[in-house]
Write a protein that binds this ligand. Structure first.
Ligand SMILES: Cc1ncc(C[n+]2csc(CCOP(=O)(O)OP(=O)(O)O)c2C)c(N)n1
Length: 608
């Protein structure tokens, strides 16, 4: 690790020559493989971006120049170069460094990222601020072809092209999102990539004929003209150029020498530029290169845990067999949301729309308006993008779009940008939305079956990542707006819990335990039955309390005129950057000990 140890800052990197840079990049790759093997993380995406990042730091002067890595999941090399080499060993652990670019972690991180397709907008803002202040530095946004499927990218391109604000966009094109990239833009990039082959041929040919003494120069001029004509056909649309953005590409994203050369050339262009580089996901690590989908994100978690996503997928296949109106959609997350089997069985009824949650929601609204039964499977954190579409396109029209909201609650190692702690609030805010949360796989199955027959309005079913099969029991059939009583007690203590983790927290406590399978509408009858004077009602939710389930229970109890004592437990009104689920719970006091303390204090004060 001779070179790795020598580089503690971008300035150290600049002391190396090109051949040393290549050796350094190899060592960085080895180090990433080692740390991700232990801690988990985005392996394939990072291995593909090592050479590019090394070249960027060699040519530019970060942190004076601003680098924004879209999604930020490929920023490991950037972290290692910018003084975080040793800290990188604590990647994604509690108290350790984040798996994404993060402004609060380092002055070298120009922006906090995590959700896709933000880099061009953020970059444009930074570039405009630079120009207003009369400063001089470069702004570089690195964006993958997957992130390029997100709508914000086009809103930003529109603005960048029109304003001619100077910034560099580096398109890191590996033809993959998490799985193979989809859509028309992906096909367009493929055409542009083919021009790369043409470029290589061109330089080789030129070298060959230059050696012919008399005819050489004339031949070069002739072939140059011929090739320019060919080039026009090879890159038919020139989309970027027409938007006012200079396009350079496509270049080999693993040839550090070539990258350094081209970056030095375009650094001085006084217009917005898009540099297209072609990379290989997983580059340099055989397993990741050959199975980039599996190695996109390595979790380091137990693989044998049963997932709610799998139950959702199986149930949809079963329902789909008997009902042709059942269709599924995902925003670039078909395998991770459990939809692979459905896509295989019903390819025409399953849509991967790219990283485009807003579009996915409204597209599903269109399907529902036409009599189909769309199921949109999406992570809680990414659905935040589609709030207006949920409200304006689905909600106002009362359309029965079914949302399957995965990874709801604390998410572990991905940290602050990925926590699914807000959906109960933003979904419940939409009039007419029915919001449900199963406590086990069996209940999720029943909820999805029930939702297929429910056409009065939109339905959201939210669940965390995994569930233990052993905790699965027979569950009562679903009845609209009705909760399930799991245990009884006459000590005046009632715990109303949402979801499996919260129910688990309350297990073993002497109380009336209620599974709030409907977060909206609330079960007012059952609430009346617990509202007696002198009782204690504790609500438990894996969501922020502000605007969440507990507050709506409190509100309803006030309307009923209840005189019981109420305690709302959930996540506090702050962003949670815990990297394990248990640390997230502990950080907001969501522990069995605290719950027991609250209950026993209540019981002893009652005795007095
Ligand atoms: C809004 C949003 N939706 C979904 C994701 C999940 N996600 C993380 S990385 C990724 C694929 C990104 O592909 P690309 O930009 O091409 O980068 P690569 O990993 O291929 O280098 C997706 C879908 C996200 N981060 N943000």
């Amino acid at each position: 690790m001779a070179y790795l140890e020598r580089v503690n800052s971008p300035a150290d990197l600049k002391k190396l020559d090109i051949s040393e840079l290549k050796k350094y990049a190899e060592e960085v790759r080895e180090y990433i493989v080692k740390v991700v093997g232990k801690n988990g993380g985005h392996l394939a995406s990072n291995l593909g971006a090592v050479d590019l990042t090394v070249a960027m730091h060699y040519v530019f002067d970060c942190p004076r120049d601003k680098f924004i890595f879209d999604v930020g999941h490929q920023s490991y090399t950037h972290k290692i170069i910018t003084g975080r080499r040793d800290a990188f060993a604590g990647l994604r652990t509690d108290g350790g460094i984040s798996g994404f670019e993060n402004m609060s972690e380092s002055g070298y991180d120009a922006f906090t990222t995590g959700h896709s397709s933000t880099s061009l907008s953020a970059g444009l803002g930074i570039a405009r601020a630079r120009d207003l202040a009369g400063e001089k530095f470069d702004v570089v946004a690195v964006i993958g072809d997957g992130a390029f499927t997100g709508g914000m990218t086009y809103e930003a391109l529109n603005d960048i092209g029109a304003s001619q604000t100077r910034m560099l966009i580096i398109l890191n094109d590996n033809a993959m999102s998490i799985s193979r990239n989809v859509g028309a833009i992906s096909s367009y990039f493929k055409k542009l990539r083919l021009s790369r082959r043409y470029k290589v041929l061109k330089t080789k040919f030129k070298r060959g004929i230059d050696g012919i003494p008399l005819l050489g120069p004339a031949l070069v001029r002739f072939t140059e003209r011929a090739k320019n004509a060919v080039k026009k056909q090879v890159i038919p649309a020139r989309m970027f150029e027409q938007l006012g953005i200079r396009y350079y590409g496509a270049f080999d994203g693993h040839d550090i020498g070539e990258l350094v050369y081209i970056l030095e050339q375009i650094k001085n262009v006084s217009a917005p530029v898009l540099l297209h580089v072609v990379t290989r996901k997983g580059n340099g690590f055989y397993e990741a290169e050959h199975d980039p989908v599996k190695y996109h994100g390595v979790t380091g978690e137990k693989e044998n845990i049963l997932k709610f996503s799998d139950v959702a997928g199986e149930t949809l296949v079963r329902l789909g067999e008997n009902d042709e109106r059942i269709v599924c959609a995902s925003a670039a997350m078909i395998p991770s949301t459990g939809l692979s089997a459905f896509r295989e069985r019903f390819p025409k009824r399953c849509y991967d729309v790219g990283i485009a949650e807003q579009h996915a929601v409204t597209m599903c609204a269109g399907l529902a308006a036409s009599g189909y039964k769309p199921y949109l499977a999406v992570y809680s954190t990414f659905l935040q993008r589609g709030f207006d579409q949920i409200l304006h396109d689905v909600g106002i029209n009362g359309l029965p779009v079914r949302f399957l909201i995965d990874r709801a609650g604390a998410v572990g190692a991905d940290g602050v940008t990925h926590q699914g702690l807000f959906d109960l609030g933003y979904l419940s805010a939409v009039p007419g939305m029915c919001v449900m949360a199963p406590r086990c796989g069996n209940e999720l199955r029943k909820m999805i079956e029930w939702s297929a027959g429910y056409s009065q309005g939109p339905v959201a079913i939210r669940y965390p990542k995994g569930y233990a099969e052993s905790a699965e029991t027979e569950t009562a059939d679903i009845e609209y707006g009705k909760w399930e009583e799991l245990s009884r007690s006459d000590n005046g203590v009632c715990i109303i819990a949402v979801g499996p983790n919260m129910i688990e927290l309350a297990r073993g406590i002497d109380c009336r335990l209620i599974n709030a399978r409907f977060v909206k509408p609330l079960d007012t009858d059952m609430l009346r039955s617990v509202a007696g004077n002198g009782n204690l009602v504790v609500t438990l939710e894996e969501n922020v309390v502000r605007g969440g389930f507990g507050e709506s229970v409190l509100d309803r109890l006030n309307v009923i005129g209840a005189e019981c004592e109420v305690v709302n437990l959930g996540f506090e009104d702050k962003f949670c950057d815990a990297r394990t689920v248990s640390a997230a719970f502990a950080g907001s006091g969501l522990t069995a000990e605290r719950l027991r303390g609250i209950v026993s204090r209540f019981l002893s004060s009652k005795q007095k």
